[in-house]
Design a protein around this ligand. Structure first.
Ligand code: NAI
Length: 322
């Protein structure tokens, strides 16, 4: 089988000055993509901007014979997103791929969450994904082609302590991915997301912060650290590159990936319980049936979900004539 290449394709990777984004940018560039390496060069918590990480990664790509420019704009504003996309258009004349990867953390228990911890997370992760994707979308629609890869998170989607801000924005990115997949379908724009797991400074920071929340046994910690060492960020990038490729057949999907293991996250619907005179006590008494995953379905869209709901109602005795 032929290798998957990105000749003639232009990609923006946000937060590509280190960690996962750097690996995504390196892989895309090594397969022929021209890459705009965006990074504000901030700390894990979003402080002390520095131009050097983006410049170093762009240089690394060029030193290996690839084509890349550095961009040090913050994607946390509409003007920043617009400027970044304009940079790609001015430099390379088109934009085919957006990898929304930039991110920060400000972990704190919900009781102590202030707007200082919440607003920057919303601005960078959720609004940042909007701010970069929207101007790129306009160009993608005009050319009838585009690929967007968003970054969500298992910690956000499945829920973990001290991350209500992060969970809220990563959940928002899931919803955005699904809606954009629906809107992009007629224009050959595919939009998917990854929930990565990789040993980066962000993961180290997260582990340090959860270690104070849960007092882990040192032996368990040691075993965890052994697994963590296998989580090379470069093992996440093949999924990003595939989702960014012309041959990607899927849209609106989420893949959880770490250390070479790739799986799909999906939203399932149980067969459930139907009663046209549903009461509070019915919910209590049938909770097991409501939660029973036997024969669950995975509705592709709200239309399919409501068709399943209407099928239950239509099959119900209350609607039987006479
Ligand atoms: P990282 O901290 O190494 O990289 C994040 C990059 O984003 C940094 O280089 C930072 O300078 C950049 N950045 C932050 N704010 C920016 C802004 N306003 N404009 C432009 N660049 C900005 O972290 P890592 O681990 O590589 O994370 C990448 C993405 O993956 C994030 O969205 C994160 O939430 C997500 N993720 C990572 C996981 C992991 O296991 N490492 C787990 C789940 C999700």
């Amino acid at each position: 089988m032929a290798e998957l290449g990105f000749e003639d394709k232009v990609a923006i990777v946000t937060g590509a000055g280190g960690g996962l984004g750097q690996q995504h940018a390196l892989l895309l560039a090594s397969r022929g993509a021209r890459v705009v390496v965006n990074d504000l060069g901030v700390s894990v918590t979003g402080e002390s901007p520095d131009n050097s990480p983006a410049e170093a990664v762009a240089r690394q790509i060029r030193d290996h014979g690839g084509d890349a420019v550095a961009d040090t704009t913050s994607i946390a504003s509409a003007e920043g997103g617009q400027a970044l996309v304009q940079r790609a258009l001015d430099t390379y004349g088109r934009i085919d791929i957006v990898v929304n990867n930039a991110g920060i953390l400000r972990d704190v228990l919900f009781d102590d969450m202030t707007s200082d911890q919440l607003d920057p997370l919303i601005d960078v992760h959720l609004k940042g994904t909007f701010f970069v994707t929207r101007p790129a979308w306009i160009a993608m629609r005009k050319q009838g082609y585009g690929r967007v890869v968003n970054t969500t998170s298992a910690a956000g989607l499945l829920g973990t302590a001290k991350k209500s801000n992060y969970g809220a924005v990563k959940g928002g990115i899931l919803g955005l991915t699904r809606v954009l997949a629906a809107e992009g379908a007629p224009h050959n724009i595919k939009v998917n997301a990854i929930a990565p797991f990789a040993m980066t400074r962000m993961l180290t920071h997260s582990m340090d912060s959860s270690a104070d929340a849960v007092d882990l046994d040192p032996a368990v910690m040691e075993m965890m650290e052994g697994f963590m060492r296998k989580l090379d960020p470069a093992l996440v990038s093949p999924v990003v590159a595939f989702l960014a490729h012309e041959q990607c057949p899927v849209s609106g999907e989420v893949y959880t990936v770490g250390g070479g293991q790739v799986s799909q996250f999906f939203i399932g619907r149980t067969q459930g319980y139907y009663n046209p005179a549903l009461s509070v006590e019915d919910v209590r008494d049938h909770l097991e049936q409501i939660r029973d995953r036997t024969g669950y379905t995975v509705p592709a869209d709200p239309g399919e979900e409501s068709a399943q709901l209407f099928a239950s109602i239509a099959g119900g005795s209350s609607l039987t004539p006479g």
